[in-house]
Design a protein around this ligand. Structure first.
Ligand code: ARG
Ligand code: GLU
Length: 705
């Protein structure tokens, strides 16, 4: 009976529900979403293209912001309330924290508007519109031009287009971005808001639960969210911080769905992925495989040094928490990425398809592509020593805080004189700790001397090493005596007149070292730039060729921190043989991991109490509270904080991470292994409601169901 029943039911079910989906590769441009909307609807979406992106009516894009130039955020009330990740608000939360008011440790909740905390330098921007401007950008171009001339033409035309767009409205910003390696150009017009205040953040034991151990991993239980509010002037226009500013009234905000998600449900992530390279030549992958281990090893060393001092002193822990988290984040990602590339055999798979591509090109009619693969190989080999030296420098000495600071102060005085320098210095020294930085200097200088060929070492560095004999001795006579490793000395510098200050800077040994790198690497960048130009030209041709070669495939441009739509479904995966991951985690897992003896797993007592009393309120689901979920949306760094939207356009989650086994998706997306990790909105609400008791926020948020 059951058998018969299911046979009869099968065709019906298929007619109503779309066929089982595979993971969905692609980060689509919102303005072109009508090309994808049928597929989205087939997978369960119930809104139209105009609901996602429109210039005629308020659409979902009006509820999404680029948050501080590196994350995404979404509006969740008609009073400018904004949701993003804890790790995106981290810098701001840390900035307001001290040993006495440790908002990182204890969390922060403004119970009324006047308790909200302003943040110097924090901004968000809304996308007003985007448009294809390829023809205008290439106006005046003819194919006899070399790359350098094409570059300057593109730059000049883009600047004119941007200037026109910026004049269209208050605080408008505009940028022309290249897509498909310069085969297409799009204009993005934004409106930027500078008064963004901190409203709420859970303690790090919730917002960063699991720390670097759980980062990039599933099963995950991190309550990675924080809440801000955008303020505007009385006319609802952007304005610098002022007491007179009022909450911004957005064109659109997300309603929250408390219905939750189940395996197979449609999900849609709307945000700003930063950078992917899905179409590169196999040798570019080879370079990443060569470089990742070196960069990882350099960060191993830096992290160990930070950890030693941070675990010994609470004040140092606060000061270095944000820096440490940044260093650790990419460090772990690169490890996963490397494993993924090896597992997928990305390089050899690409080599195979490059062979097929060349055969196709040679087979007639596609002559312009015939030599592209080989030429790219040649160029990548040529540029390799330069890239190696630059990348090595970035991950070594450039990771020394005082080294960068010395350079920056030199530039600062060059531009502004010493006015304001004292504040600039105070901001730097607030989060500075000499013993860490000195040790990092010694470690990275050592590695640099050892691993980088002589021709890429600045003369001044070589001379100092020859003269003094060891890195420790260089540290003593460069680092220890520098103005820039000492707050008092820097403040004294700031009190001088500009000419005297500049003189002092120019004779400072650390400044001289930093400057020698700067000069040397600027000189190096000449030949490197020339090769990179030719690589850019070849990549443009290769990209066009790939699109012709595989004309059936729907292409999407690589991520470049412009607004994108990714869609997929809630789904678990098999990270390796014999393991299957479920797509949903719950409060039970937090309690399982809870351990007062381990800093990253020591949850607040209040959370333990709520659990013991099963005091979950309306956030109770099947006897517990859902915390995170996995889905198949194609995301990248920058998608942190992105709204995760259900079939009806309501908010069900906040994107914050990817699974470690899938981090190669920036280079090679594998539907079986690549998953994004989102925070279930019901956990966010549980924390706001039951943990923080922030009634003001609960009253402000609008529920869809
Ligand atoms: N992996 C996430 C991202 O790439 C979260 C990083 C913040 N958390 C941390 N433990 N460092 O940004
Ligand atoms: N946590 C990342 C971010 O800050 C998102 C994770 C990813 O790279 O996908 O953007």
């Amino acid at each position: 009976m059951r058998y018969l029943f299911s046979i009869l039911l099968v065709p019906l079910v298929f007619a109503i529900f779309p066929v089982k989906l595979s993971a969905d590769e692609g980060m689509w441009l919102p303005v072109l979403i009508s090309e994808r909307i049928d597929d989205m609807k087939a997978k369960g979406f119930r809104l139209d293209a105009e609901d996602i992106y429109s210039i005629n009516q308020a659409s979902l894009k009006d509820a999404v912001v680029l948050f501080n130039g590196g994350c995404t955020g979404e509006l969740i009330s008609n009073q400018g309330l904004l949701l993003t990740n804890h790790h995106c608000g981290y810098g701001a939360i840390q900035c307001h924290s001290s040993v006495e008011h440790d908002y990182l440790k204890d969390g922060f909740w403004a119970m009324s508007l006047d308790e909200e905390l302003p943040n110097d330098g924090l901004w968000v921007s809304f996308l007003i519109r985007m448009e294809d401007v390829t023809d205008a950008v290439l106006q005046g171009y003819d194919s006899s031009m070399d790359e350098a001339r094409r570059d300057s033409l593109v730059r000049a035309n883009s600047a004119a287009i941007e200037a026109r767009a910026m004049a269209e409205g208050p605080s408008y910003q505009a940028s022309v971005e290249s897509m498909y390696y310069g085969n297409q150009y799009f204009l993005f017009v934004y409106q930027k808001f500078d008064d963004v205040r901190l409203v709420g953040a859970p303690p790090s034991s919730v917002g960063k639960f699991g720390g670097d151990t759980d980062n990039w991993m599933w099963p995950r239980h991190t309550g990675d969210f924080s809440i801000f509010r955008i303020y505007a002037d009385k006319d609802n226009n952007p304005a610098a911080y002022s007491e007179d500013n009022v909450p911004y009234r957005p064109k659109k905000f997300f309603k929250i769905s408390t219905a939750g998600v189940n395996e197979g449900d449609f999900t849609f992530v709307y945000g700003f992925p930063g950078s992917t390279q899905e179409y590169v030549h196999s040798d570019a992958i080879g370079y990443i495989e060569e470089m990742n281990p070196k960069k990882i090893a350099l960060r191993d060393g830096r992290l160990e040094i930070m950890k030693k001092y941070m675990s010994a002193d609470q004040d140092v822990r606060i000061r270095y928490s944000s820096k440490q988290a940044n260093v650790a984040n990419a460090w772990k990602k690169w490890q996963g990425e490397l494993k993924g590339l090896i597992k997928l055999e990305t390089r050899s798979v690409k080599k195979e398809s490059e062979k097929a591509f060349t055969e196709w090109a040679l087979s007639g009619g596609h002559d312009e592509y015939a030599g592209v693969i080989e030429e790219l190989s040649r160029l990548y080999a040529q540029v390799r020593p330069y890239s190696y030296a630059m990348d090595y420098y970035v991950e070594s000495l450039n990771g020394v805080d005082a080294f960068r600071f010395a350079m920056n102060v030199g530039r600062y005085i060059g531009l502004n004189g010493t006015e304001g320098l004292a504040d600039y210095a105070e901001a730097f020294f607030k989060d500075y700790y000499y013993p860490i930085d000195e040790e990092i200097f010694i470690f990275t200088a050592d590695r640099f001397m050892e691993d980088v060929p002589d021709e890429f070492k600045p003369e001044y560095l070589k001379e100092e090493f020859t003269r003094l004999g060891s890195t420790a001795a260089v540290a003593d006579s460069v680092f220890a005596v520098s103005i820039f490793t000492d707050r008092e000395k820097t403040l004294a510098l700031a009190a001088l007149d500009s000419a005297k200050a500049m003189e002092a800077v120019a004779s400072d040994p650390l400044y001289r070292l930093a400057d020698s790198f700067y000069a040397e690497y600027a000189a190096l960048s000449g030949p490197a730039m020339e090769i990179n130009r030719r690589i850019a030209l070849m990549n443009r041709t290769y990209m066009r060729g790939q699109m012709e070669f595989d004309s059936e495939k729907a292409f999407y441009p690589d991520a470049n921190l412009t607004l994108r739509v990714s869609y997929g479904e809630v789904a678990g995966f098999e990270p390796s043989d014999g393991i299957e991951y479920l797509p949903v985690s719950t409060l039970e897992g937090i309690i399982e991991k809870d351990n007062p003896d381990i800093f990253d797993y020591d949850i607040p007592q209040k959370l333990r109490d709520l659990y013991a009393a099963k005091d979950y309120g309306r956030w109770e689901t099947e006897g517990t509270v859902p915390v995170c979920f996995l889905a198949t949306n194609h995301t990248s760094g920058g998608n942190s904080g992105s709204p995760v939207i259900n079939a009806d356009g309501n908010l069900v989650g906040v994107n914050f991470d990817r699974v470690w086994e899938g981090t190669m998706s920036d280079l090679d997306f594998d539907p079986e292994l690549c998953r994004n990790i989102s925070l279930d909105i019901r956990y966010v609400l549980f924390i706001i409601d039951k943990y923080a008791g922030a009634r003001n926020l609960m009253d402000e948020i609008v529920f869809a169901d």
